[in-house]
Write a protein that binds this ligand. Structure first.
Ligand SMILES: Cc1cc2nc3c(=O)[nH]c(=O)nc-3n(C[C@H](O)[C@H](O)[C@H](O)COP(=O)(O)OP(=O)(O)OC[C@H]3O[C@@H](n4cnc5c(N)ncnc54)[C@H](O)[C@@H]3O)c2cc1C
Length: 363
């Protein structure tokens, strides 16, 4: 490898992002004999290292399997983030992927016949040259901030680090989707006094995973978890949270209430960081900053630069792109670059009815 700008390391395809979709992309290219390099800013599967211990996927194993390698486990039900990390490491070792870790890509510059890529690992800048670039950088670079006073106080968190610290404490959780519901149930079960503020008049039980839906309904109905529907937080102090009522789920209507609490957990979602795309000349659309791309090939408006995985949605508000809906991206990019579809994606063919990449194969 070279760190001299005038003598960059050359590769046919540079894949940026060592999450599940970047890894799946690397495997199918390797199987096809294409020269590639997978570059990850931190460690592979970094997203799953942010989950609290023993957090289970909402998706079942066949939905998170990659490149036709099944995810077997002892329960046959959804696996934990740690189990998935072990699976991702197995894939990297099994296919001996050409991988650089702890190398954040900081510039992708289109050239006449490819791209110059710069990374900035601790040891100093590194330079690469690639014919194609595939960006699979995910959509959860940081928390969605509420921008309210007190959001940065030490007892306020945007990441659920696990339930244990909340034992015998008053905890206000803000949010109403699966992550909020899971945090409510786990914290209540470890002995926290949990309250839930949600901007809508009720939880959307249809969208809550079945194994939690009845459980959370019971806790709220029995008053074991205090529920503050149609509220949004407007201020956090060291001792209180101030909740404002809202009719439209966004704007406070002037009426507020003060709730005493020891901790606040804001499970209000995540935002993507699309600066690398913008700097490379990729057009970004709407508030989500979703990269403009050709849906048949996943190529962006920058020729030779593709996007895959959850990054396709930018900052997603309704989750359309997750692991099982991103295999299609891998197939389309592979076809655009090599003219061939990958032989295997997702889980084993016998269980592949669960995923949709067959639609690509049919075209
Ligand atoms: C609590 C929780 C539960 C979830 N449950 C599910 C579920 O059940 N099913 C599901 O499908 N999804 C689930 N998700 C979402 C899941 O994390 C994503 O679907 C999945 O991680 C997307 O994979 P990806 O490869 O597109 O992106 P990511 O996994 O986000 O990978 C992107 C990678 O790119 C790297 N990267 C970013 N910028 C750069 C750069 N400049 N240079 C180099 N590398 C870079 C990042 O470090 C990261 O490792 C859940 C998320 C949470 C928080």
């Amino acid at each position: 490898m070279s760190n001299v700008k005038s003598n960059p390391t050359k590769t046919e395809v540079a894949i940026i992002g060592g999450g599940p979709i970047g890894i799946e992309m690397a495997i199918v290219l390797k199987r096809a004999g294409v020269d590639y390099l997978l570059i990850e800013a931190r460690q592979i599967g970094d997203a799953f290292m942010q989950w609290p211990a023993n957090t289970h996927f909402f998706s079942t194993p066949e939905h998170v399997a990659l490149a036709g390698v099944p995810v077997h486990n002892l329960s046959q039900f959804s696996i934990t983030g740690e189990q998935y990390l072990a699976y991702l490491r197995t894939l990297v070792e099994m296919y001996d992927l050409n991988l650089r870790i702890y190398e954040p890509v900081t510039a992708v510059s289109p050239q006449e016949n490819g791209f110059h890529i710069q990374t900035t690992p601790w040891r100093g800048p590194q330079y690469y040259q690639a014919r194609y670039v595939i960006m699979a950088t995910g959509g959860m670079a940081g928390p969605r901030l509420l921008n309210i006073p007190g959001e940065d106080l030490p007892h306020v968190s945007h990441y659920f680090a696990g339930p244990h610290k909340y034992f015998r404490s008053r905890l206000m959780i803000v949010g109403g989707r699966n992550s909020a519901v899971e945090a409510v149930l786990r914290c209540w079960r470890v002995g926290a006094q949990v309250s839930l503020s949600y901007r809508q008049p009720d939880l959307n039980y249809e969208r809550i995973k079945p194994h939690m839906s009845m459980d959370i309904g019971d806790r709220l109905r029995k008053g074991e978890v205090a529920f503050y529907p149609s509220t949004v937080p407007v201020e956090i102090t060291p001792t209180h949270i101030i909740l404002a009522s809202t009719e439209d789920g966004v704007n406070p209507n002037g009426s507020t209430q003060k709730v005493e609490t020891d901790f606040v957990l804001l499970t209000t979602g995540f935002v993507a960081d699309m600066r690398l795309y913008a700097d490379a000349g990729v057009e970004l659309e709407g508030d989500a900053e979703a990269p403009v791309h050709n849906p048949s090939t996943m190529e962006t408006n920058v020729p030779g630069l593709f996007v895959a995985g959850t990054a396709v949605g930018g900052t997603q508000s309704k989750f359309k792109y997750f692991i099982s809906t991103s295999h299609d991206h891998v197939a389309k990019i592979m076809k655009a670059i090599t003219g061939k579809l990958p032989d295997k994606l997702g889980t084993i063919p016998a269980r592949n009815n669960a995923v949709t990449w067959e639609e690509v194969k049919a075209n």
